[in-house]
Write a protein that binds this ligand. Structure first.
Ligand code: XMP
Length: 326
């Protein structure tokens, strides 16, 4: 197994030419490691697992099987994009698992944030394990581990590795980007021809929208999170904030307030907007979003998102607030 330490002489991958050289080197290494055997990858659609998938498709083609687990907590359009890019455009063997009901049923009534995370993580492994058992002759498990995951500085993405599989289901690991930093992964992803909205995607937590639907998740409130998030992203993109702001999303708390619509009293949820900038996610500052844009987003959300009558902007830096609400 190759070293987990980045050599001091390793040049930072900042240009397409350096990315091409890295890709060539990795393709040769992947072919040598995997030979004619089969490899499995949990493909979330995030930049890391997407880059690993694109590398493996080039290196070993149909020997790769990607499993995309839709746990119902992904952003609007994400599962569809994974299918479109990897199955339709890149011709990958992609197993798409609709596990939405399974996850939401397990999460029903669970309000504690850590408990929610545990359920999502454990259920993910269970679904992945079931899919792995259906496949014959898999010897390798590919993972989108990156260097910060190894260093454990900054937020470690729990969904990133499928560690926790039972003893009778152990594979040799394939981790082609484990010595890369995030910015390098993006340069490599771009060179591999992945779409910009996949390559330059903002960080997205493993438990997904589950931690933005505060308290016990209900399907209708989860839809309000997903739809309001889509509006926020669309407006940020239209107004040039997409690549500028580090992370932005919406949260729907589990309480209601009164409002009025068409002269009739309403009792609906608020949507909280959050947009922050940071270097390492340990501290964060709030983006100074133009007031007119906040008003536009508010107008769209209260008009287009069912069950919402108010929009708030979270002005809290980290500390004292964390970036996510739970
Ligand atoms: P907080 O909320 O702790 O978040 O200020 C810092 C960064 O970590 C992300 N985050 C997570 N990522 N699993 C993840 O993979 C999680 O459970 C999780 N919780 C927070 C958060 O989105 C932010 O980028």
């Amino acid at each position: 197994m190759s070293s987990n330490r980045r050599p001091e002489t390793m040049e930072r991958i900042t240009t397409p030419a350096l990315a091409e050289a890295f890709i060539e080197e990795q393709l040769a290494a992947l072919k040598a490691q995997i030979g004619s055997k089969k490899v499995l990858l949990a493909l979330s659609g995030g930049v890391d697992s997407s880059v690993v998938a694109a590398l493996l498709i080039k290196a070993v083609g149909s020997q790769l099987t990607c499993v995309h687990v839709n746990h119902g907590l992904l952003r609007k359009g994400e599962p569809e994009q994974v299918v479109e890019v990897f199955r339709n455009q890149m011709n990958a063997n992609l197993v798409y698992v609709d596990a939405i009901d399974r996850f939401l049923d397990k999460l029903a009534g669970v309000a504690d944030p850590e408990q929610k995370r545990k359920i999502i993580g454990a259920e993910f492994i269970r679904v992945f394990e079931e899919e792995a058992r259906k496949l014959e002759g898999i010897e390798f498990l590919a993972q989108g581990t990156i260097y910060p995951d190894i260093l454990e500085s900054g937020p470690v993405k729990a969904h990133h590795n499928v560690g926790g599989l039972p003893d009778d289901l152990q594979f040799e690991l394939v981790e082609p980007i484990k010595l890369l930093f995030k910015d390098e992964v993006r340069v490599v992803g771009k060179a591999l021809g992945l779409p910009d909205n996949m390559v330059y995607r903002q960080p997205f937590p493993g438990p997904g929208l589950g931690v933005r639907c505060v308290g016990a998740i209900t399907r209708d409130r989860l839809e309000a999170v997903r739809e309001s998030d889509a509006i926020l992203r669309e407006e940020f993109a239209k107004n040039g904030l997409e690549g500028k702001v580090w992370q932005y999303f919406t949260v729907v708390p589990d309480f209601k307030s009164t409002g009025v619509r068409d002269g009739v009293r309403s009792y609906d949820w608020p949507v909280v907007l959050r947009a922050v900038n940071t270097r390492d996610a340990m501290t964060a500052t709030v983006e100074d979003v133009p007031f007119a844009l906040l008003q536009k987003i508010t107008q769209r959300i209260v008009t287009e998102v069912k069950g919402v009558n108010r929009v708030l902007y979270d002005l809290t830096p980290k500390p004292t607030g964390t970036i996510e609400w739970e």
